[in-house]
Write a protein that binds this ligand. Structure first.
Ligand SMILES: *Cc1c(COP(=O)(O)O)cnc(C)c1O
Length: 402
């Protein structure tokens, strides 16, 4: 790399961006929420209908069926007005009792969050700690489960705080003959990386609308295996009202929800799932892989390095190390001030050290190329030297290969 040994720590930065007649377009490049396509926006603007009438029952039936295809399940899917965290909590509140032992794999911020939720519900929580940036070893999970009788094992499928994918298929295989419940948080994975719930033996998958599902925030969803449903329906298992999966399962069988659902959002979700179906699920997943590879190659050509274990990198969150002498927060701020491009840093122990970009849902080649041009501009402004157009060129090379 052609960078000076020490980049300036206090690089001069302008307070405002270049003077232009109209501001540049707002570019939502976060690892969620993510951009919403026009087709979905139009679907959401339809008149509000009776949430228990034939029109919405038909919408919900479509959402259920299409979501089953994306999840790779024949099991029931429930929808709630909720963010992803609500579904994380609901998945536990319905299946564990105070004092139950729960194992949470922690290799990032969302694993930490899940273990906090389990603790708040009175579970006896063990964490399987994995260095941030690495994926968990399925054998390590099996070892824990053979020693202790856990009611549930919780794994983050796509750990958005580190851009790492945990091997859900192998973990499912490792736990196949165990009575423990396997819960996967695929909030930032579903729709961007592969999920085969039934084949992989995952009992509960939780997800939410605002990441690869191309909708605004506000809809949470969960799918439940027969084993999960037997726990939900266990004798004396009643700890909640709004989140009660027993009520939700009974309503879902009639294509309804127990309480008023976010009808406009679910109508939008039906449209986004229709779009995924038209493109084809394998093609959608492949697009995420290609775009994430191109974006990473472009960032590397600009002199940044990839954060994390190289054979476990996510296709939906690209996480890059910030070079020594620069601060990630400056990169994030300047991208917004100069280009209205919105990316994420970190709000945890990686703060300042990494930047994160989403490759979620409605993202295409031109988005990635624009990302790299704007990132180059900001890096240069911060005193980092990189070859003119190097990022875009490297990404184009990846995109040109079959
Ligand atoms: C975004 C996300 C969530 C949920 O966050 P909310 O803000 O509650 O929607 C949960 N888990 C992971 C891995 C996520 O990326």
């Amino acid at each position: 790399m052609s960078n000076p040994p020490t980049a300036p720590t206090h690089a001069p930065v302008p307070v405002s961006g270049p003077k232009t007649a109209s501001p540049p377009p707002y570019r939502l490049r976060l690892p969620g929420p993510a951009p919403v396509p026009d087709r979905v926006k139009e679907a959401m603007s339809a008149p509000v209908v009776n949430h228990r009438g034939p029109e919405f029952r038909s919408t919900l039936a479509q959402a259920q069926e299409k979501m089953q295809q994306l999840l790779g399940t024949r099991e029931p899917v429930l929808f709630f007005a909720s963010s992803g965290t609500g579904m994380m909590e609901a998945s536990l509140v319905n299946t564990i009792d105070a004092g139950d032992r729960v194992l949470v794999v922690v290799n990032g911020q969302f694993g930490e969050r899940f273990s906090s939720i389990a603790a708040a519900l009175g579970a006896q929580v063990d964490t399987l700690e994995v260095p941030w940036g690495e994926a968990v070893d399925p054998d390590a999970v099996r070892d824990c489960v053979t020693k202790i009788d856990y009611r549930a094992v919780v794994v983050i499928h796509n750990e958005s705080s580190t851009g790492i994918v945990n091997p859900m298929k192998d973990i499912g295989d490792a736990l196949r003959d165990q009575a423990t419940l396997l819960i996967a948080d695929s909030v930032s994975g579903l729709g961007g990386i592969e999920m085969k719930q039934d084949e992989w033996g995952i009992d509960i998958v939780v997800s939410a609308s605002q990441k690869c599902l191309m909708c605004p925030p506000g809809t949470g969803l969960v799918s439940l295996s027969a084993h999960a449903r037997s726990l939900v329906e266990r004798e004396g298992g009643k700890h909640c009202f709004y989140w009660d999966f027993r009520k939700a399962l009974a309503s879902a069988a009639k294509h309804e929800t127990p309480f008023t659902p976010p009808t406009a959002l679910i109508t939008g979700l039906t449209e986004s799932l229709q779009m995924i179906g038209e493109e084809g699920i394998p093609q959608v997943l492949r697009r995420h892989t290609r775009l994430a590879s191109a974006l990473r190659a472009g960032c590397v050509a600009l002199g940044l390095s990839c954060f994390g274990q190289h054979d476990a990198l996510s296709s939906t969150v690209v996480e890059m190390n910030v070079p020594d002498g620069l601060n990630g927060a400056d990169i994030v701020r300047l991208l917004y001030e100069r280009h209205r491009m919105v990316i994420a840093g970190a709000r945890n122990k990686l703060a300042g050290k990494i930047i994160r970009l989403g490759v979620m849902g409605h993202i295409h080649e031109d988005d990635i190329l624009r990302d790299l041009a704007q990132l180059e501009d900001v890096l240069r402004l911060l005193g980092w030297s990189c070859g003119t157009g190097a990022g875009v060129k490297a990404a184009e090379a990846v995109l040109a290969s079959p």
